[in-house]
Design a protein around this ligand. Structure first.
Ligand SMILES: Cc1cc2nc3c(=O)[nH]c(=O)nc-3n(C[C@H](O)[C@H](O)[C@H](O)COP(=O)(O)OP(=O)(O)OC[C@H]3O[C@@H](n4cnc5c(N)ncnc54)[C@H](O)[C@@H]3O)c2cc1C
Length: 432
């Protein structure tokens, strides 16, 4: 049995390894490293093809930073090869355990969205295998429609076999990082505005704290820049991070993360830095991937798993809608164990179904408490739709077909490029 990161449910049919030379006759879906939280990487009625063995580097130009690799390569593997040569991923999510193909299929965003947009902007070409055509090359000038549909196309247009990715130059494996406490949405937006020149920004949010029934939106704003050689950190230059990760061996009791424990954790975390501002030199690994240091942390939520809820809402009236969502959560009796706030910039995403749009993105983790959690999500969805925002399919396991079609009006155009033999549980659910 296998599932996605949030483990909303299990799939019985074992995964098969993808073999380019064998014809596929059933319904199918390419599966990466299953770091999507919901059901976009799950297929109940059909065959899931595991891409993890397609993980060879094909070409790397150390002068230009252009890398070509098979689509099952993990970001962790790219970092191991490229950081010592002075190159870094142009866009990275909060975990390095994702495949290149999975990252393209969700057109992922990172802490630098406000400056560079999504990963699709750094993919000059890729190979796409479809049962009827075999492998074809897609780029902004070749098979352009399929190129646009496949970036953020949730694996539904074909199997990405290889891709080129343009890396960015770095001079150090470290970043100069600042942590700043804030309280209130205005303070968050102010810090965001003041930090536009920082390549990486993100905020950790304490969703449980409230005053007189209103969520206070207090948190820690984190911003960073790649360190440069002139800062005399030559001895630290490009060495790998050595800190050992820890493992959650078993499913924890599902009540472990309850409103009380979450609130306690949040209070400790908020006050952990003691001063209102802290500066540090940090290796890229803990800066970008703090959760990777606890392997299988998804087991903290117990056997019922958990949901991640991520939305983006436009800046216009964004403060009002965000406050509404935070009030709803703070008064719901549900605790979001990890909450992240960030802004997306105006650089358009290249994909037809890409998630990011300019505005504020909120990301929340909730233990799965069945119908009660779903009811909360329906209320949150209503606020997101009223704000003219959208939900992120990579995280989603519950949005209704109406919500999906409203969030993604391009879905009809996209359907023209979806391959009829390819499907996912997500697609079956949202296009009913
Ligand atoms: C801790 C954590 C932090 C995260 N932070 C972020 C973040 O900051 N920003 C962000 O955008 N996302 C984030 N994510 C989500 C994650 O980046 C995406 O879900 C990513 O797509 C997962 O990649 P994967 O290789 O695990 O693919 P999977 O989850 O296995 O699959 C994802 C999609 O890609 C398709 N796919 C996989 N391989 C191929 C292929 N070769 N060809 C065609 N389609 C394929 C699948 O069919 C599926 O639709 C985070 C996830 C975790 C667990």
């Amino acid at each position: 049995m296998w599932s996605s990161w949030g483990r909303p449910y299990n799939i019985e049919t074992p995964l098969k390894s993808f073999d380019l030379t064998r014809p596929i006759t059933s319904q199918f879906l390419a599966i990466g490293n299953r770091r999507s939280y919901g059901d976009s990487c799950l297929i109940t009625h059909g065959q899931g093809y595991d891409m993890l063995h397609h993980n060879h580097f094909l070409e790397f130009n150390p002068q230009t930073g252009l890398l070509k690799a098979q689509a099952g390569i993990l970001f962790s593997e790219i970092l191991t090869l490229c950081v010592p040569k002075g190159w870094f991923l142009p866009v990275t999510p909060g975990t390095k355990w994702v495949t290149l193909g999975g990252a393209i299929a969700n057109d992922i965003h990172g802490k630098n969205h406000h400056q560079v947009g999504t990963i699709g902007n750094f993919i000059p070409r890729f190979g796409l295998w479809r049962p009827d055509t075999g492998e074809i090359t897609c780029s902004p000038t070749q098979e352009t429609d399929l190129f646009r549909a496949t970036i953020g196309g949730l694996g539904l247009t074909g199997i990405i076999t290889w891709a080129e990715i343009q890396l960015i130059p770095i001079q150090s494996a470290h970043l100069n990082v600042e942590w700043l406490q804030f309280s209130g949405i205005d303070a968050f937006l102010e810090l965001t505005k003041d930090s536009q020149n920082y390549p990486y920004t993100v905020a950790w949010l304490d969703c449980s704290h409230k005053t007189k029934g209103n969520a206070t939106a207090r948190g820690v704003f984190i911003r960073g820049t790649h360190a440069v050689e002139t800062q005399n950190i030559a001895s630290l230059r490009l060495i790998p991070h050595t800190e050992k990760s820890k493992t959650i061996p078993l499913d924890m009791p599902s009540q472990l993360l309850n409103p009380l424990t979450v609130s306690l954790f949040n209070t400790l975390y908020y006050h952990k830095q003691i001063t209102a501002k802290k500066q540090l030199l940090q290796h890229y690994d803990p800066f970008f991937y703090p959760l990777d240091h606890l392997n299988n942390w998804n087991k903290l939520y117990g056997k019922n798993g958990f949901y991640q809820y991520q939305c983006v809402i436009p800046f216009k009236d964004g403060k009002k809608h965000l406050q509404e969502m935070l009030n709803l959560i703070a008064n719901s009796g549900f605790a979001s164990s990890l909450s992240v706030l960030k802004t997306f910039g105006s650089i358009p995403s290249p994909g037809l179904l890409s998630f990011p749009q300019e505005g504020i993105t909120l990301c929340l983790d909730f233990a799965n408490r069945g119908d009660k959690t779903h009811t909360l999500f329906i209320q949150l969805d209503a606020i997101v739709l009223a704000a003219k925002g959208r939900l992120y399919p990579a995280k989603d396991a519950t949005m209704s077909p109406e919500t999906f079609k409203t969030c993604y009006p391009n879905w009809k155009e996209f359907s023209r490029y979806k391959h009829p033999q390819i499907t996912s549980d997500f697609w079956e659910r949202v296009t009913q």
